[in-house]
Design a protein. Structure first.
Length: 75
């Protein structure tokens, strides 16, 4: 994937990503509107969001890996 495609993915609204309704709901409730915003939060902080558990972390990391962006996840 080229860099422009990667950036487009990061800035797409969550509604357009095909993520689970559960992950979408938790991110939206936490006022996170894009993958870029989510990657600006450290992983341990994501796990502290109400309703965000390890299953959702797995979905989130899988989504990042699919778009060759897993390196953006902050520890």
């Amino acid at each position: 994937m080229d860099r422009s495609g990667q950036h487009a993915f990061l800035d797409k609204p969550l509604e357009e990503l095909g993520i689970s309704a559960e992950l979408y709901g938790v991110l939206k409730a936490s006022r996170i509107g894009s993958i870029r915003e989510a990657t600006e939060v450290e992983a341990h902080q994501l796990l502290q969001l109400p309703g965000f558990g390890y299953r959702m972390m797995h979905e989130f990391v899988s989504l990042l890996e699919k778009h060759q962006s897993a390196h953006l996840l902050q520890e």
